[in-house]
Design a protein around this ligand. Structure first.
Ligand code: NAD
Length: 358
């Protein structure tokens, strides 16, 4: 039986561990905080219990899965793993320290993977004696439900690490896509214009948040950009935009929008603070947030919904094209990633081919 090591038992680590357990792997889960390990085990047990209740898993396989989970108190316990993925706090110095320790404790050529979402894999690899052992394995939240995994190669990633990460993603029943290391990797970068163009349109008075959202959902997108930003957290979404903008050398097309900056500055975070572009009553969307409405001109230049959709998707498609040209990912993988991570009915290239105005 293969053994997967997971370091960090928070939101992502416990989900990755559960995926491993559900797919027949033995999992050694480590965390610097013993309480986090206890919480992770309880949460995996609960989650497996829910899968049994829904008829997705038999009780026997849930019991067997839990029986394959080993909570490892010391990092050195991971020495016998076939692959180790780290999901500790998003802190570069911490990750570098951890990788240096892991490469010492887990003998080569075992692959080490980082689940970082906003650091470059090459930054995390800096300081490693054998950076060829490191690859990005970017799972999405929650890992058990989200099929996409971005397999990110930094300039020094070795072939062995790449194929080990790719094979693990497949073994976990995920859909891997091949991505070159860079700000935002694949999905986070390609969807930036979805949020930014929508805000520019709102700022120009092209429609209300509700109308602009509706223009996108009318074409089969599951959530309009304003609802989605509220859901993700305005401040989280803004931080991702800022980091990608800075990482790519501040291209004007990806500049953070003043509307979101102002709202975040006013303390509006979206669903979690009960107010963002919209207000939320017990977590359910209510009216537009008057404070947000007061910041934008209304109905100065109303745009037909088809035009709104075309403008937003044209910008997503343009970013996608730049990414292909820059060797970040193939058009096929970009389309696949966007459909899996964003639940868009089609990716930007398929949309272009199907004759959408975008
Ligand atoms: P989290 O805060 O929920 O969990 C992090 C865990 O790491 C904590 O339990 C903490 O005790 C542990 N930890 C910290 N230092 C450690 C050390 N030296 N050794 C062992 N354990 C240590 O964080 P998270 O949301 O699970 O994110 C983890 C990583 O995954 C980050 O790099 C993040 O960017 C990335 N990520 C997060 C999401 C998301 O939506 N939450 C999605 C994709 C990727």
């Amino acid at each position: 039986m293969r053994t997967l090591g997971v370091v960090g038992a928070g939101t992502m680590g416990r989900g990755i561990a559960q995926l491993g357990l559900q797919n027949g792997l033995r999992v050694l889960l480590n965390d610097a905080d013993p309480a986090a390990l206890t919480r992770a085990k309880a949460s995996i047990r609960e989650s497996l219990g829910r899968a049994v209740a829904k008829g997705k898993l038999t009780q026997a396989s849930a019991d067997a899965a839990l029986g394959r989970l080993v909570t490892a108190g010391a990092l050195s316990d991971l020495a016998a793993c076939d692959l180790v993925v780290e999901a500790v706090f998003e802190d570069l110095a911490l990750k570098r320290r951890l990788l240096a320790e892991l490469e010492r404790l887990v003998p080569a050529p075992v692959t080490l993977a980082t689940n970082t979402s906003s650091l470059l894999v090459s930054q995390v690899a800096e300081g490693m004696e054998a950076p060829e052992r490191l690859v990005g394995l970017h799972f999405f939240n929650p890992p058990v439900a989200m099929k996409l995994v971005e397999v990110v190669r930094h300039p020094g990633t070795g072939e062995k690490a790449l194929s080990a990460a790719w094979d693990l993603a497949l073994e976990l029943g995920r859909e891997p896509v091949a991505v070159k290391d860079g700000p935002g990797f694949l999905v986070n970068r390609v969807v930036r214009p979805y949020y930014l163009v929508a805000q520019r349109l709102a700022g120009e008075g092209a429609g209300t948040f509700t109308e602009l959202d509706a223009a996108l959902t009318a074409q089969g997108l599951p959530m309009g950009p304003f609802t989605l930003m509220d859901f993700i957290g305005l401040e989280v979404n803004l931080a991702i935009t800022k980091s990608i903008f800075a990482g790519l050398g501040s291209p004007e097309r990806l500049a953070p929008h003043w509307l979101q900056e102002k709202l975040v500055g006013m303390g509006f975070k979206g669903v979690k603070s009960a107010a963002g572009f919209y207000l939320y009553l017990q977590g359910r969307k209510d009216a537009e947030n008057p404070a947000a409405v007061s910041l934008v001109p209304r109905f100065k230049k109303p745009l037909p919904p088809e035009e709104v959709f075309a403008r937003v998707m044209a910008a997503v498609a343009a970013e996608a094209e730049l990414m292909v040209q820059g060797g970040v990912a193939s058009s096929k993988d970009i389309d696949l990633a966007v459909t899996l991570a964003m639940n868009f009915p089609k990716g930007p290239f398929a949309w272009g081919k199907s004759g959408a105005k975008a």
